[in-house]
Design a protein around this ligand. Structure first.
Ligand code: NAD
Ligand code: IPM
Ligand code: MN
Length: 359
């Protein structure tokens, strides 16, 4: 049935401000397209929850969430209250791992009405995907401290790459590239300096490339790749990267496309054994939290990706069109990061109205 059970998790800081706007637009799209929504909001995965309970998530969180159709998350992290590695390993990273959301899909697009900080770029010039490995790699729980408090104090953190883990993210990226007009895939590597995991990554890219003769493949070391993002963003179509490299590239890409405030992400379990998670790329932004000026478009675009994943491509497209229409329209509704004087709520309301108008 076209009724979806969605867990809404606002989290911290501006997560609590942009999620209501994402929900507002989601409801507008649901009304317009005859979709039933069953939204359950949770206060866990937040610093306030941690202060009250000493943990980020309740014991039964996995059972509670595992049968939802999707998770809609704001942002987690309030370092004044709880160290970031504690709050994030206690929540978001648990979701990604336990629900095996191995593909983190992050579109980077220069939208009409948005100004790129790069000279001479207009809408259409930047349009690619960062496909980030989301369950292993440099983000590992393996490591530790030795000789603590002595001159020999040593800290080790292992990078883990498994054949299954590498191959499945590469396959996801190749399949995405194959469906796109340019059918081009760029691999982010660092096999000159990182002598075990990254040569392995390259090897698996080469093996996979042999299965996709229709996809043009190239690879760059991550250092020069960041330079190419700034100098020649129009070159890229699908960029596939390890967990950490993908994290870095997916902030850099949106910055080149005007603002990190509009960038969405889909943390997907492509096998659909578990719910996928949709969230903006940005964090809880303590520097602007509470001011009502956070850009809600990253959250709203994430709602569009969620609708698409749920099997509602028309509603998804309508939300994205509404975003484009509002961004290209009257600047007064836009938030300060887009050069406007609007608020989180005024921008969210404008997009919701455009969704209703389009249906
Ligand atoms: P951040 O993305 O929160 O903020 C970086 C900068 O971008 C800030 O100047 C902020 O004001 C601005 N910004 C971010 N989102 C914006 C928006 N929607 N509109 C306008 N401006 C926006 O990154 P940070 O400062 O490194 O992290 C802050 C906290 O968020 C930390 O606790 C971090 O661990 C956490 N974090 C969480 C997630 C997540 O939950 N997915 C992602 C990134 C960071
Ligand atoms: C992101 C964030 C997270 C990550 C942090 C908050 C752990 O930066 O979703 O990009 O590094 O994956
Ligand atoms: Mn990040």
């Amino acid at each position: 049935s076209r009724r979806y059970r969605i867990a809404v998790i606002p989290g911290d800081g501006i997560g609590k401000e942009v999620v209501p706007e994402g929900v507002r637009v989601l409801r507008a799209a649901a009304d317009a397209f005859g979709i039933g929504l069953d939204l359950a909001e949770y206060d866990f995965a937040s610093a306030e929850y941690w202060q009250r309970h000493g943990t980020m998530l309740p014991d039964g969180w996995f059972e509670e969430l595992k049968d939802r159709d999707a998770l809609f998350l704001g942002a987690v992290g309030w370092p004044d209250t709880v160290p970031d590695h504690v709050s994030l390993w206690g929540s978001l990273l648990q979701f990604r791992r336990r629900f095996d959301q191995y593909a983190n899909v992050r579109p980077v697009r220069l939208m009409p009405g948005v100004t790129s900080p790069l000279a001479g770029r207009g809408p259409g010039d930047i349009d690619f995907y960062v496909v980030r490995e989301n369950t292993e790699g440099e983000y590992s729980a393996i490591g530790g401290r030795m000789f603590e408090g002595t001159e020999r104090e040593t800290v080790v953190q292992e990078t883990v790459m498994t054949r299954t883990g590498v191959d499945r993210i590469l396959r996801y990226a190749f399949e995405l590239a194959r469906r796109r007009e340019r059918a081009s895939l760029t691999s982010a590597t660092k096999s000159n300096g990182i002598s075990q995991t990254m040569p392995y990554w390259d090897e698996r890219v080469a093996a996979m490339a042999a299965e996709y003769p229709d996809v043009a493949v190239d690879q760059y070391h991550i250092d020069i790749l960041t330079a190419h993002f700034v100098l020649h963003p129009e070159r890229f179509d699908v960029v596939v990267a390890s967990n950490l490299f993908g994290d870095i590239l997916s902030d850099l890409g949106p910055a080149c496309a005007g603002t990190i405030g509009i960038a969405p992400s889909a943390n997907i379990d492509p096998e659909r054994r578990y719910p996928s998670l949709f969230e903006p790329v940005h964090g809880s932004a303590p520097d602007i939290a509470g001011k009502g000026i956070a850009n809600p478009v990253g959250q709203i675009w994430s709602a569009s990706m969620m609708l698409d994943h749920l099997g509602e491509p028309e509603a998804a497209a309508a939300v994205l069109r509404a975003v484009e229409e509002v961004l290209a329209g009257d600047r007064s509704a836009l938030t300060p990061d887009l050069g406007g004087e609007g608020t989180t709520a005024s921008l969210g309301a404008a997009v919701a109205a455009a969704v209703k108008g389009a249906a």
